[in-house]
Ligand binder design. Sequence first.
Ligand code: ADP
Ligand code: MG
Length: 397
Amino acid sequence: MSRKRSVVDADLDGRRVLVRVDFNVPVKDGVVTDDTRIRASVPTIELVLERGGRVILLSHLGRPAGIGYEEPFSTKPCADRLSQLIDAPVRYVRDVCGKEAREAADALEPGQVLMLENLRFDPREKKNDPEFAAELAAMGDVYVDDAFGVSHRAHASVVGVPRLLPSYAGLLMAKEVETITGMLEDPARPFVAVLGGSKVSDKIGVIDNLMTKADTILIGGGMCFTFLKAQGHGVGTSLLENDWVQRAAEMLDKAAGCGCRLVLPVDYVVADRFAPDARTEVVAADAIPADMMGLDVGPRTVSAYAEAIAGARSVFWNGPMGVFEMPAFEAGTRGVAQAIADNEEAESIVGGGDSGAAVNQFGLADRMTFVSTGGGASMKLVEGESLPGVEAIPDAR
Ligand code: ADP
Ligand code: MG
């Protein structure tokens, strides 16, 4: 992928700069409970301010009905949090692009920030409505896209606005795209990918593409059982996608053909039901009892995976190894995260919403080279697909 025109090269002095951010953060009782995504865009916001720009922030948050203002999805808590993180006044207006928003944008001085309301309060955002894009664009002179997490969506603020204004990639956006595509194009070897999560069907494209790039793929999580079934083993009451068994068998063959080692767990932690206090047991991969379900990879698997990770020079990780939300089934995910953190010589990239949450839960985020802020978007990149939000920004000359 060619380099995109960067905000670093934009003339921002005195300009009204529409910055599309991904402040899609969890909020409880009007307070942001995880500000990772807000912090991630602070460097771009500060750069625009330092260059004499007026920052107008556009974001979505959650899944509102698209019928106007709904308090639980308001961006006001984001504005409050941001004002604690930067040394500049952060104003907020309860409007997306109507008269109040326009007036607030016009009143903004250089060095100030304005947070508009949730773009998805207007149903035209997700429909990529050109009039909505024009109303947003009318509030700014320049557009900067720092919302990597939503760049796989062809929404009005992502692809419509950059058609109408001089457009640039923000620092976070550039870093995300360059880090992920850089690893795929020219990884230090051995390149080990660790893939887990719930379903094979969600990750088929990722496995398919990584197979042609990685030396080893370590598989964990709920998707194991579809592979296990493809190898002719019983999976008990584990998560299984029957429609994908055939495809999983083909992938095992294909991996063998392209010189990528596709590794499955040798043991599992099984439980009698899906509950934190279930009765558990560790069993070999070919001995899952008919009435039990695999909810984590077992200790022998963790050791084997940790050893493979220790020898890697690049690691890409997506998808928890087990149901890490329950303490009884977090050891596999924790073990893998720890092994990646301990390998200080490797470049390590973590992609995916739940994997990122797991790394934060274990307090290991700082020990990874890069934790992507985009779940779906990072997966699309790893699948080898282009992202509409990235395509919308002109290439650097
Ligand atoms: P990511 O968001 O990192 O891409 P996914 O959304 O694909 O990851 O999967 C995360 C979910 O997978 C977690 O909620 C976790 O509980 C679940 N999961 C992992 N292992 C299993 C398993 N053995 N059985 C059922 N669910 C699992
Ligand atoms: Mg997820």
